[in-house]
Design a protein. Structure first.
Length: 337
């Protein structure tokens, strides 16, 4: 090993030690959506090139959360019935590891490099941090009625919502402790955090709309109502009028579902105006965008389908039948084998 090679190896090791190594998102491969079927035991895969289903992955009864590392090589899913986190190789669609959890899990979130996955422990009032290379839980932090974990694209930060304390907690993964707790104006449901971590958008229980919060000031900026609609009648999400909420990859729009009237609204962040409703299936539950921003995928828990919406035309390009009780979903580029 010559001097230059030794220097390069030492530089890489140093970057990794300080948490600065990156997993680069795949640019070529197949754009896929993964939909968890919460009343079943599998994940439906959809090819976003053909807009057709291409198979399922059996993972276990009451599959709940799903997240992935940025390069698309590994998928993570939480299984309520087994109280486990499973690691899936996206090249083979095989479960390669099953990691025991201390309680009933909910929606997970992964760091881009796939090193850590945060999992809410709903039966134990904690959020657990799983070290994927080690294959085990390495930290538990207390949180009352944890619900959803979230990542903004950083390897050193994750978020967890507390339904019991009406707040969103920020986790520093270098210190393995909370660095901030952001109060919200009700019981938080799904939420999104801007890339600069200055603005929080959060759906609240029994509210047909969302709240905007200034994170540094920890103050509400606005409470935004969706157009009037009758109360939602969705068994999987009681006391919830809005359950899907996501920022577009460019951060210019917030897409919001209405369980009440079976559709999606697009909120322009600059003009603060809504689009017309985009009709989907019954009880639209969760939203995820393809990395290129071309498609928005929406799980319809009341009609066992996924709506794929062309974000440019804001029209449904396809409706794909999936399994029973679809909830969490994500879209990403899976690299060629």
């Amino acid at each position: 090993m010559n001097a230059r090679t030794r220097w390069l190896v030492m530089a890489v090791l140093a970057l990794s030690a300080f948490g600065l190594s990156r997993v680069v998102p795949a640019k070529t491969g197949t754009m896929k959506a993964y939909v968890t079927n919460s009343l079943g035991d599998d994940i439906t895969m959809i090819d976003l090139g053909t807009l057709k289903p291409i198979g399922t992955i059996k993972v276990g009864k009451r599959v709940h959360g799903v997240c992935a590392q940025a390069d698309g090589q590994k998928l993570f899913t939480t299984i309520e019935s087994e109280r486990t986190l499973k690691v899936i190789d996206t090249a083979t669609n095989e479960v390669t590891a099953t990691i025991p959890l201390p309680g009933v899990p909910n929606q997970c979130a992964s760091t881009p490099d796939g090193h850590y996955v945060a999992v809410p422990n709903r039966s134990g009032d904690t959020v657990v941090i799983v070290d994927i290379p080690m294959g085990k839980v390495v930290k538990e932090l207390p949180v009352k009625k944890p619900h959803n974990a979230y990542n903004t694209g950083r390897n050193d930060v994750l978020y967890i919502s507390s339904m019991g304390e009406n707040q969103i907690n920020r986790i520093d993964l270098k210190k393995m402790e909370y660095t901030d707790k952001i109060p919200v104006g009700g019981i938080p449901r799904p939420y999104a955090v801007s890339k600069d971590e200055k603005t929080l958008y959060v759906a609240l229980s029994d509210f047909h709309g969302f709240e905007i919060v200034n994170i540094p000031d920890k103050k509400e900026i606005a409470r935004v109502d969706l157009p009037p609609a009758p109360p939602a009648d969705c068994e999987l999400e009681p006391h919830t009028e809005t359950h899907g909420l996501a920022l577009t990859p460019n951060g210019k729009e917030l897409w919001v579902t209405s369980l009440s009237d079976g559709g999606v609204y697009v909120y322009d962040i600059a003009t603060k105006k809504f689009s017309k409703e985009i009709s989907t299936g019954m009880c639209p539950n969760w939203i995820a965008f393809s990395p290129d921003g071309k498609y928005a995928t929406v799980s319809n828990s009341g009609s066992n389908s996924t709506s794929i919406i062309d974000t440019k035309t804001q029209q449904v390009a396809a409706t794909v039948k999936v399994g029973e009780g679809p909830k969490r979903l994500l879209a990403m580029v899976v690299p060629a084998s």
